[in-house]
Write a protein that binds this ligand. Sequence first.
Ligand code: CP
Length: 305
Amino acid sequence: MVRHLVSIMDMKNCLEEIIDFAIDIKTNPSKYKDSMDSCSLGMIFEKSSTRTRVSFEVAMTQLGGHALFLSPKDLQIGRGETIADTARVLSRYLDCIMYRAFDYKNVEELALHSEIPVINGLDNREHPCQIVADLMTVKERFTNLKGLKMVYVGDGNNVCHSLLLGGAMQGMNVVANCPKNYHPWKEIVDKATMLAEETGGSVKIIEDPLEACIDADVIYTDVWVSMGDEKEEEEREAAFMKYQVNEKLVEVASNDCIVLHCLPAHRGMEITDEVIDGKHSAAWDQAENRMHAQKAIILDLYKNE
Ligand code: CP
């Protein structure tokens, strides 16, 4: 049966294996160089991208395959062809589809009608590929994920959602440090809490940044104004001003804590130059790991089709 990565929940039973696989691919790239020989990945982007687009495209090239950039304004989807029909047709040409969408329901719809794996490249609910690379980066630094304290500081957005779920799956103690009115979705928090009960991890929401970051092993942040939220820029900046990841927050974390940012960063807003360029930052390894993680995801979905 065809498998998809629409939510990080789709990796509930194999997330650790995928993370280890990504680390192996990074360590031994030549072992995998022809794994997707003559295969094609279609990439539909409704929103801008640097990391997701380039890492998927280079990943496919390095695996011996090919990636096609598909903009909805060039596809017939932009002129009313249904997502279901697009899925049916693309399934006849391609081996895998990556879709970055505004609305998660459209990713679900594409997957529902696709005969080949569909990978969510970010939607308004989740960013599962990002979280595979994030947890890979944490594992490279700390060897084990279980029991680590990971604090997400900022907007309770798609990245926060996948991080809560993925971290809970790995038995981590995950804290969402978000201001009132910007908490993660309740259904996600409930699901992550249930996962944490199974794995021995925990999930908390703490509104005060200094309290949340005490003894953190990982501090993670993301933009305050996500793509699609531009109209709310002023009110968001006011709400998040106290949630900047700066030296004060890093000082209360554990001595060997790492700081992650999924990027792009708005320096001086959600993170300071001192922190993102400082000794605790693992943001550049994290960005590199997107490519190794994409390879692991593609190969896992493809080989287990
Ligand atoms: N983090 C991330 O998804 O980056 P892009 O928006 O540049 O793809």
